[in-house]
Design a protein around this ligand. Sequence first.
Ligand SMILES: O=C(O)C1=C[C@@H](OP(=O)(O)O)[C@@H](O)[C@H](O)C1
Ligand SMILES: C=C(OP(=O)(O)O)C(=O)O
Length: 430
Amino acid sequence: MTKVHEKDTVAVPCVERASGRVPLPGSKSVTHRAFILAALGDGESTIENALDAEDTRITASALQALGADVSWQGTTVRIRPPQKRWRSPAAAVWVGNSGTSLRLLTGLAAAGRGTFVFDGTQRLRERPIGALADALEALGVTVRFPERRGYPPVVIESRGLRGGTVCVDASQSSQYLSSVLLAVTRASGPVTVSWREVSSFPYVEVTLQMMARAGLMFRKTGPSEIVVEAPQVVRSFHYTVEGDCSSASYFWAAAALTAGSVLTYPVSHETLQGDCAFLDVLTSMGCRVEWTEEGVGVHGPKELRPVDVDMNRMPDMVPTLAVVASCAEGTSRIRNVAHLRIKESDRLKAVAAELSKLGVRVEEWPDGLVIQGPPRHGAVIETYDDHRIAMSFAVLGLRVPGMVILEPRTVRKSFPGFWDTLFELVHGST
Ligand SMILES: O=C(O)C1=C[C@@H](OP(=O)(O)O)[C@@H](O)[C@H](O)C1
Ligand SMILES: C=C(OP(=O)(O)O)C(=O)O
């Protein structure tokens, strides 16, 4: 029998109430950072419960191409950076459509010596990196764009980063700032990093918290300024990655949409991940949230209330919120997320198009969405090579009859076990 995730389409069955316990894969953001920190280390580091998915494999393979020893044993990954310096590969290093890999690795390469080229899918070539290049150039590195200024492929010619000051424009992506903060730990002297507007700010906090845990020294010198000591080397470490809250959101939504009860684990109240603030949005829509020793439970209400919410700090939660909001009693508004247009797909356009197919009234704004449901019927859903569109609309299918998801394999980017996990929940539910 063909497994669900190997099919060309998936028809999602409705359930009365989604209820069950859902194990989570390791966090994508935390895994990427643990790999980069290990690459900045002085010996072999071990990362447990790493996310084994397309994007984290991409970062791991890129580190190998740059000369690191990387080995996977299940979800335990050992990384040993090269003894002297990063190798300059003859060919471009492939980063698929992983924005995090592209941006964090570009900084890492800039901290090395040599010429490094990163390239990826056609969609990655539409995702900007110019403001990160500007920041790295301010620290003495040459960055070239052979095809289109500010977009991959990107060529880094470096003889190391110098100390000094740099201001990062992170209005399009927090990943630029995360990248600079990590990279400058290898500069020749301390670096004062300041920033203007930052989108998705909680991801910068993940970076800083993980840097601190790895023993890297920096101090906050203003509301938008940090001095990073340099040069510093990370002592080799052992790190266990927490469960992925963004992946958990699909199952929180399953409970919200069906008046069900779902416990996702392992994740703790002290999670590093900003996407857990999505639980507050669900609470304001009428859900009950319960933290336990093991993880977090969401209990859906009989009727969902609409919301009006600024989602700038958690853009990856917008497709999940949009499908939940489509079943609320009234009109919801999602604000301040123009950066959703430069993700795996143009997510504002994609969400609006697919919700409209269901008979939901959607207004697409330059930086947000206005949504008034309910869905009138199911539909065949395009997924735009975007894992989050596939997973969000799949979950809506638990409530709306007749939902068929095209290209289900796209979930492999962040959550290869998504379909198995979803169908286990379906089978355990009423
Ligand atoms: O740093 C990270 O791990 C991420 C930052 C966010 O991107 P932007 O800062 O580009 O919004 C987020 O959307 C992405 O999934 C992961
Ligand atoms: C935007 C995402 O990832 P990335 O930027 O790493 O491609 C995502 O996972 O939703």
